[in-house]
Design a protein around this ligand. Structure first.
Ligand code: GRF
Length: 198
């Protein structure tokens, strides 16, 4: 059984894609054991609670001290027995204590074709605005390993999405989000398969 911990900050549509895939058997032998949110008002928490998934809120508001916050999150991940940590719309930087403790077992979904339009400040709609401002004819989504950098870890899966004439940041975001959901589920499925082999 692959035990997932999912880190969230907002609406949680990527979390919902994982929940749906577990429930419909696409992610067989996979269980979401914990959802950690950096915000107490994240709708992602409602999605978790609807599935009786344990939740843990650990943002600056709850833990103003960064080291204490890292300890609290690390303790929650270990306590839940997480095998794989998934950043799904998580808007905080993961500190080295955690990227090192979970090296090779922490992945992120980013709404662009890394290494394009990523790094500090490139999150949510900012990414899609940058893609449009750059006059790109295509964008996409990337699942990558999380290392000490921001959006710099090795790419696991990437899928292209067309930029259409007249696209706004919102219309492009909506098109990319569908691809994010699909490749995030596929990336987790590969981990689950790999775990079955080992
Ligand atoms: C989206 O912009 C997505 O590209 C990124 O985080 C944002 C919110 O995702 N991964 P979610 O709906 O909270 O999963």
């Amino acid at each position: 059984m692959l035990k997932l911990a999912v880190l969230v900050s907002g609406g949680g549509t990527n979390l919902q894609a994982l929940i749906d895939a577990v429930n419909d058997g696409t992610l067989a032998r996979t269980r979401i054991v914990l959802v950690v949110s950096s915000r107490g008002d994240a709708h992602a928490l409602t999605r978790a609670r609807e599935q009786d998934i344990p939740v843990f809120v650990a943002g600056r508001a709850q833990y103003p001290d960064a080291a204490a916050r890292a300890d609290a999150i690390g303790g929650a991940l270990r306590g839940a027995g997480a095998d794989l940590v998934v950043l799904a719309g998580y808007m905080s930087i993961v500190p080295p204590e955690l990227t090192q403790a979970f090296a090779g077992r922490i992945i992120n979904i980013h709404p662009s074709l890394i290494p394009k339009h990523c790094g500090l400040g490139f999150y949510g709609k900012n990414v899609h605005r940058a893609v449009l401002d750059a006059g790109e004819t295509e964008s996409g989504a990337t699942v990558h390993f999380v290392d000490e950098g921001v959006d710099t870890g090795p790419v696991i899966l990437q899928e292209k999405v067309p930029v259409l004439p007249g696209d706004s940041a919102d219309s492009l975001a909506a098109r990319v989000l569908v691809t994010e959901h699909r490749i995030l589920v596929e990336a987790v499925r590969r981990f689950a398969d790999a775990e079955r082999i080992t």
